[in-house]
Design a protein around this ligand. Structure first.
Ligand code: BGC
Length: 279
């Protein structure tokens, strides 16, 4: 089972066809710079370019760095504000001519890590955080995702947390590893007070250099581990979200709303078999 995963970021848009049973890329990924300004039509053009480059026809999963409900993008902290209220699902389906599913970027990365990476077999409360242009979050309990959490925007010292503790904040402020890790530690202490996760998975590009900062996060009870899929998690999770194995999982939630909204991303065992999320 293959699906194309596309990860829309503030600086680059990355894509690869993914074998969703193994979480691996079928061919090398491609990256195209995010257009500036990153308005919907310009981004849709790049989505089209990426699908064409792979001569792709089939399911496409696309991450977005903001809240997504029913395929509609609701926030755009680090992209053009014209995304707010855009029906991204319809826009991208038109651009590609394919079946498309759009979801939050950290949610996608979290689903991939829970299935193929640092979260395998973790049934308690798990929080995945991605440190990049912003801070993204994905919250799991018993392996089931609560979509669209936005814990990068909690307030710390009167500021939006991601403006103090994202990778970009480190770059903009030219912060040392020690200084930045101190800010991340403070941020995680707030998060821990609110959620008491058993495990925190830290991802995003900067997780490549986890040895420089993760050992400095000493104020937290929860176990903290770096992401395993690094920056590929978004692509893998996007592909998984659109794949038949995920949408075929039974809805036992009793909740109203579309599948895309409730995002019943039941995790898939490596091997492709959907597993019930609440054993
Ligand atoms: C957005 C989140 C996103 C995160 C990482 C934040 O600014 O609000 O939705 O997951 O950045 O891209």
């Amino acid at each position: 089972m293959h699906a194309l995963g596309i990860d829309i970021g503030g600086s680059g848009m990355k894509a690869a066809p993914v074998d969703v049973a193994t979480g691996t890329f079928v061919t090398d990924r491609l990256k195209i710079a995010t257009p500036r300004p990153a308005v919907p039509d310009a981004v849709a053009d790049v989505v089209k370019q990426l699908t064409t480059s792979f001569s792709w026809s089939g399911p496409v999963g696309i991450t977005f760095p903001g809240v997504v409900t029913d395929g509609v993008t609701r926030t755009a902290a680090n992209l053009d504000p014209s995304w707010i209220g855009t029906d991204a699902g319809t826009l991208f389906a038109k651009a590609t001519g394919d079946q498309v599913r759009v979801l939050n970027d950290a949610d996608a990365a979290g689903v991939a890590e829970m299935t193929f990476g640092a979260g395998i077999g973790q049934r308690g409360t798990v929080l995945m955080l991605t440190f990049g242009t912003g801070i993204g979050s994905a919250l799991f309990t018993q392996g089931i995702l609560v979509p669209n959490t936005e814990f990068g925007h909690i307030e710390i010292r009167g500021h939006d947390a991601e403006t103090r503790a994202s990778e970009r904040a480190k770059e903009l402020g030219d912060l040392s590893w020690g200084k930045w890790a101190g800010r991340v530690d403070e941020y995680l202490q707030h998060i821990e007070a609110l959620l008491s996760p058993h495990l925190i998975i830290v991802g995003g590009g900067i997780s490549k250099e986890a040895d420089k900062w993760v050992p400095r996060l000493t104020g937290i009870r929860a176990r903290i581990v770096p992401a395993v899929l690094l920056n590929n998690a978004g692509i893998v999770g996007a592909a998984m979200a659109t794949s038949a194995a995920v949408s075929a999982a039974p809805d036992t939630s009793g909740a109203t709303g579309t599948a895309a909204d409730s995002l019943r991303l039941f995790l898939i065992e490596p091997g492709g078999r959907p597993r019930a999320g609440h054993s």
